[in-house]
Design a protein around this ligand. Structure first.
Ligand code: NAD
Length: 451
């Protein structure tokens, strides 16, 4: 099978085509990574820290080339692509300090002399499976902490982001078999889950559930970050213009292809009319510099078909809804109202620049509506009231709660993940990632006697 990726803004532009290596090659790569792991761990904190720091420098030194590759391979608007490259360098630099972090604690013995210690140790080979939408940042926020604590890593990128991942491994320049990128699809991904010692997955809910089952069945630790269906709550006391600008960015930025994108807008009470007006205006003003194409013709058609079926079921299109006549897989940023509660547009992630506007009588109804989804990753709340912000932080069932900010937005130095079906296992990013890629051992050191 050939793995190929095409430019979403110009589908005739083939970015890369490589032969998928097959399951046996994955097993062999994991075997080589396992053999390389003791040397990588044994090289010590200083060597690992220096190596990760050099990756940050290499990413920075090639920033413009990498940003252009992201634009070409996954259709990300240039400003966001530059932002992703800068974040990628920052991730490697942040985790370059991690090898020096304390790896355990000292405890008192219950009685008598001695030392009781905990010490975190790497598992061996980290199997990393990534989606295409953050083609450098997601592989990096998985690989950097895994490598920092002394695992070796094998990454299976999404087919649509193959060129970015291969370039990252090349720039990383780590010793042989310490960080391997193996292109491929489901076969290679499944083989990696069957062979690795710890598994980190980001992608769609269906695939993620299968990965969790397979890894759990083998008894290896697994984390999975999956799809979201994220809401934005707007209270009548909010700065409506600013809320509309944030929400338009979260709905249409990168064509809605962020797991933290907003797809449900919940206007509370008197906020409804002014928000509807401001949001329609803000979405209609979104241009290519913000939105860009979606990843494939199939992704575009899935959205347009859902919009048509929602309209047939009584929904109204407040703005957008059409496919512009131009080359590339573009879609107009779209806002709908009166979408029936059970319609897929109100229940499922579409990963396109499309959102549904709902009205809620009060905060309680808005929170109930926001929580009525199995996939809560990020929810934004727009208000000037501290009481509302605190109530939302207490009662919203989401992994990330963002007050007066777009739902899309991630700080790599804090734990990241969702609630309910949006996540499985430990958090990614921040210090939480260092715990995920290590297991704690308890060491008792007692006197040998005689001295
Ligand atoms: P996807 O699930 O189609 O693919 C993800 C990865 O899994 C790819 O590398 C793919 O090749 C691999 N894969 C496919 N079948 C597999 C199998 N049977 N076993 C093992 N691996 C397999 O997702 P995608 O289209 O690349 O990415 C978009 C999805 O990712 C969206 O649902 C989005 O919400 C989600 N996402 C989530 C987060 C998060 O942190 N929660 C971040 C970014 C994207």
């Amino acid at each position: 099978m050939t793995v190929s990726s095409y430019n979403p803004a110009d589908p005739d532009d083939l970015v890369v085509a490589v032969e998928a290596p097959g399951a046996e090659a994955v097993r062999a790569a994991v075997g080589r990574a396992r053999a390389a792991q003791p040397g990588w761990l044994g090289a010590g904190a200083g060597a690992r820290s220096a190596a990760l720091g050099r990756i940050a420098e290499a990413v920075e030194a090639n920033a413009e080339e990498l940003a252009a590759l992201i634009v070409r391979e996954v259709g990300k608007p240039l400003a966001e692509a530059r932002g992703e490259v800068a974040r990628t360098a920052a991730i490697w630099r942040y985790y370059a300090q991690a090898p020096y972090e304390p790896s355990g604690a000292v405890h008192e013995t219950a009685a008598g002399p001695g030392l009781l210690l905990t010490r975190r140790r790497p598992y061996g080979v980290a199997g990393l499976i990534a989606p295409w939408n953050f083609p450098l940042a997601i592989p990096s926020w998985k690989a950097a902490p895994a490598l920092a604590v002394g695992n070796t890593a094998v990454l299976k990128p999404a087919p649509e982001a193959t060129a970015c991942a291969l370039r990252l491994a090349e720039l990383a320049g780590l010793p042989a078999d310490v960080f391997t990128v193996l292109p491929g699809g489901a076969e290679e991904g499944a083989a990696l889950v069957d062979a690795a010692d710890v598994v980190s997955f980001t992608g769609s809910t269906g695939v993620g559930r299968a990965v969790v089952r397979a890894a759990t069945g083998r008894g290896v630790p697994v984390q999975a970050e999956l799809g979201g269906l994220n809401a934005a709550l707007v209270l009548p006391d909010a700065d409506i213009e600013s809320a509309a600008a944030h929400i338009a960015a979260a709905v249409a930025g990168y064509a809605g292809q962020k797991c933290t994108a907003t797809s449900r807008v919940i206007a509370v009470g008197a906020a409804h009319e002014p928000l509807r007006e401001a949001l329609v205006k803000a979405l209609a003003a979104v241009d290519d510099a913000v939105c860009g194409p979606v990843i494939s013709a199939a992704a575009r058609d899935r959205v347009t078909e859902a919009v048509s079926s929602a309209v047939a079921a009584g929904a109204s299109v407040l703005t957008g809804g059409r496919v512009p006549e131009r080359t590339g897989w573009y879609l107009e940023p779209t806002l709908l109202a009166d979408v029936p509660a059970e319609h897929p547009l109100a229940r499922e992630e579409f990963f396109g620049p499309v959102a549904v506007l709902h009205a809620a009588a009060d905060l309680d109804e808005a929170i109930a509506l926001a929580n009525d989804t199995p996939h809560s990753l990020a929810t934004s709340v727009h208000t000037r009231s501290l009481d509302v912000a605190l109530a939302a932080a207490d009662r919203l069932d989401a992994g990330m709660i963002r007050v007066n900010a777009p739902s899309s937005g991630v700080d790599f130095h804090l734990p990241f993940g969702g609630t309910k079906g949006a996540s499985h296992g430990d958090r990614e990013q921040g210090r939480a990632a260092l715990d995920f890629y290590t297991v704690s051992r308890t060491v008792s050191v007692l006197p040998g006697g005689g001295a």
